[in-house]
Design a protein around this ligand. Structure first.
Ligand SMILES: [Zn+2]
Ligand SMILES: [Zn+2]
Length: 773
């Protein structure tokens, strides 16, 4: 019996063909992802089998409603997996799913990124820019070595002033309906719309970058392979291989510039700009990474790019991972290296960062050794993690077979570490803090960071010989990942001499919540609370398992905090509610109690789930266990958290930032000051309510200078000069350093002499310092 799949990853033509054949009854079985949930009607359909319980009653209604249209009888059944708590929960309470109430879809209107995309759309309409079918209609692809710069007419249209003014006005009208909502966020202000519009050119350029990177890399491969094919000194085999790689790169160029089938292409301009977060878009991964899948030459196979959200791509598109697509296996064997930052002889760009070993807070290092103290909790930081390599788009190669060793390694997956960094506003951390109070005692704090920066770092295979060795060997010239020495038959892509061990990472912004107990609780309590709170939040707010992620910070071997983040596009906006809705946290604790087989009112141990057949001693798939927390199964224990959950149930959640983030930040800056004059300068800013700098005393290696302060995000270096700067030699050196900062690092330098009128200097730069309060 023939069966086919129907997912967003299947080519558009094939999808249509399969729907057609399925409708006619020629194709008896169709395996579907949620792509079939909406809009596709098949009158004769008489059976729907759901592989798992759908996320919400709304999804259930949609999916089951595919069958039995126009009053015909139909059979609908749902498989409830033993290993998914969600499935087990509804298996015990089927009426909540089958006849459950459909809640309206939740959209977080306070999500800045989301509102921004709509403002961009308003502007695009006002500017009358037509984006064509692919980016070849937007960028300059002419000539032998195309610049890929914006085409002249596009650049002029983007720069035009009057559409911008109209867009500001229209966006104000559009948003006026939700203005009350926006006023409550910490990012919206009267200037916000104008600021977004003023940045529209830069943002547009940024959105083009992934496409440019893919195009340049493919074009370069075509050239390089072409040279080999025409080189008479090369062997027949080398030439054949080069021909194959040239054809592969040409296929990539075709995909990028395709103008047929625009509806189907990920690179259709409007869809592409949505996936890059420039325009609104709700049903495909935002900021994805792409994997090139070569078609099968001899059959009618076609080349494709698969795309995945980057937080999943860090593992799914990890070095030498296997992806399954249309019944075949493909190995990620190569990184599509960006061309621009690598002239000949230049190495790939890597990053460094320090992660706080107490709270998991992340500190990217731009030069030197980075900060010594954690910006968030003030604890000392240890050695930096270096050779961090931002994971790029990748390419795959078909594989026939995998040996048992590799299978085991794949099964255990990678060791992935997460780090968090709150966004910044006016030089301080932008986050909300609430304390969880048991009577007068604070037992834990909840910190919510809107659009926080999260890094996921791939440290290596979970199963690796040396646990202290991080990362993977990358051929920095050709982009191949080194094979694993243990696999004899895995030696296919010869590496060049330029090899380097790198640690892949991805970055994204998410709404995140840190749960930080005041005292240290043991691993069992922390791991069990993590599972219980995650499941309870999902039930309370009808979230899908994949919409909410939970992890211990700084890591699994040291569970000091629990990090929750909204994995969904746009964010569901529920984590914020745990601080802002006074009883939300208590309700979640009640859900967690019932999940863990306790009576939420009395705390009595009911020992098993409703209608369960066996007692649950420590944990079962009804309470804490899930397929995704297998690593924690051994230490999970529902009884260990009963008393904690009872205290949470009655706790008072006080949204009263005990210490405003600005004050903590100011204190950290003050501690780093080298002179009284610098302290006075900070005090001056503080009293007037001006924006504080982001860093103090950071050594900038390239210019051999240590500015007193930096406004990182605005690329401004500040010197507060005492009397000794008035000597001539000193003046010369200062001037040299200023030139270097300006030319090499493109920093703007602002000096505050001890005799200067600081107020006057500040007034000249309102975009840096803000306005006097
Ligand atoms: Zn810390
Ligand atoms: Zn249980």
């Amino acid at each position: 019996m023939e069966a086919r799949e129907h997912t967003a990853q299947v080519r558009y033509e094939d999808r249509i063909d399969r729907e057609e054949r399925f409708r006619k009854g020629h194709l008896p079985i169709l395996y579907c992802s949620p792509t079939m949930e909406l809009g596709v009607d098949i009158a004769e359909l008489n059976c729907v089998n759901m592989r798992n319980v759908p996320p919400t009653p709304a999804n259930y209604a949609q999916r089951s409603g595919r069958a039995g249209r126009s009053g015909q009888p139909a059979l609908v059944f749902s498989y409830c997996s033993t290993f998914r708590p969600h499935d087990q929960y509804f298996f015990k309470r089927p009426h909540l799913m089958v006849a459950g109430s459909v809640t309206p879809p939740r959209l977080d209107l306070a999500n800045e990124d989301l509102i921004k995309t709509h403002v961009h759309a308003v502007w695009l309409a006002e500017a009358g820019i037509h984006l064509g079918t692919s980016l070849k209609d937007v960028l300059d692809l002419s000539g032998e070595n195309p610049s890929l710069a914006l085409q002249d007419h596009v650049r002029d249209d983007i720069a035009a002033i009057s559409p911008r003014e109209r867009a500001v006005k229209r966006a104000k009208d559009v948003l006026s309906d939700i203005e009350d909502w926006l006023r409550e966020t910490d990012w919206f202000s009267d200037q916000w719309i104008s600021e977004v519009i003023s940045q529209v050119g830069t943002e547009f350029e940024r959105a083009c970058e992934r496409w440019r990177g893919l195009y340049r890399a493919a074009a370069r491969q075509v050239d390089a392979m072409h040279r080999i094919v025409n080189d008479h000194h090369k062997s027949h085999d080398e030439k054949e291989k080069a021909k194959r790689l040239r054809a592969e790169a040409e296929a990539q160029l075709d995909l990028l510039t395709e103008s047929q089938n625009v509806v189907a292409s990920d690179f259709y301009s409007y869809r592409y700009f949505a996936s890059e977060g420039f325009l609104p878009g709700y049903n495909f991964p935002r900021l994805p990474l792409s994997a090139f899948i070569p078609g099968r030459r001899r059959q009618k196979g076609v080349d494709e790019f698969l795309s995945r959200p980057r937080f999943l791509a860090i593992a799914e598109f990890g070095p030498r991972a296997i992806v399954y697509h249309e019944g075949s296996r493909f190995r990620i064997n190569k990184v599509i290296l960006p061309v621009e930052d690598r002239g000949d002889g230049e190495d790939i760009v890597t990053n460094a960062a320090k992660q706080c070993e107490t709270c998991g807070y992340l500190h990217p290092i731009h030069s030197g050794d980075g900060p010594d103290l954690c910006e968030r909790c003030g604890q000392p930081l240890s050695i930096p993690l270096r050779n961090l390599f931002r994971l790029q788009n990748v390419a795959t190669k078909r594989v026939e077979r995998i040996n048992s060793d590799e299978e085991e390694r794949l099964r255990l997956g990678y060791e992935i570490k997460t780090g968090i960094r709150f966004s910044r506003k006016s030089g301080g951390l932008s986050c909300k803090t609430a304390s969880v109070k048991d009577g007068e005692n604070v037992i834990a704090t909840l910190v919510y960071g809107h659009s926080s920066t999260l890094w996921r770092i791939n440290l290596g295979w979970t199963r690796r010989a040396n646990k202290d060795q991080h990362g993977f060997v990358l051929d920095t010239e050709r982009g191949y990942w080194a094979t694993n020495q243990q696999d004899a038959d895995d030696a296919e892509d010869p590496l060049s001499k330029r090899k380097r061990r790198v640690v892949p990472f991805v970055e994204d912004t998410k709404n995140a919540l840190l749960f930080e107990p005041v005292q240290d609780w043991d691993d069992t309590v922390m791991a069990s609370l993590q599972a219980a709170l995650k499941n309870a939040i999902q039930i309370e707010y009808q979230l899908e398992d994949s919409e909410l992620a939970a992890e211990p910070l700084p890591g699994r071997d040291s569970r000091h905090c629990l990090l929750f983040y909204e994995a969904a596009e746009g964010g569901a906006g529920v984590l914020r509610l745990l601080l802002e809705d006074a009883t939300a946290f208590n309700r979640v604790a009640r859900q967690a109690l019932s999940l863990c087989h306790f009576d939420p009112d009395t705390g009595e141990d009911l020992r098993r789930p409703p209608e369960g057949k066996e007692d649950c001693e420590a944990a079962c798939y009804d309470c804490l266990l899930s397929y995704f927390n297998q690593g924690d199964h051994a230490i999970l224990d529902r009884k260990a958290i009963r008393d904690f959950l009872l205290r949470f149930r009655d706790a008072k959640v006080d949204l009263s930032p005990a210490v405003p983030p600005r004050a903590i930040h100011l204190e950290l800056l003050r501690n780093q000051c080298q002179s009284g004059l610098e302290k006075n300068w900070l005090q001056f800013l503080e009293e007037a309510g001006y924006n504080l700098p982001s860093k103090a005393q950071l050594f900038l290696e390239k210019c051999k200078t240590r500015p007193d302060f930096l406004y990182d995000d605005k690329m401004v270096a500040i010197y507060v000069d005492g009397p000794h700067h008035e000597y001539p030699e000193r003046k010369d050196r200062d001037a040299q350093q200023m030139d270097c900062l300006a030319d090499v690092l493109t920093y703007q330098v602002i000096r505050f002499g001890h005799r200067d009128d600081w107020e006057q200097i500040i007034a000249r730069h309102p975009h840096i310092f803000g306005r006097r309060l």
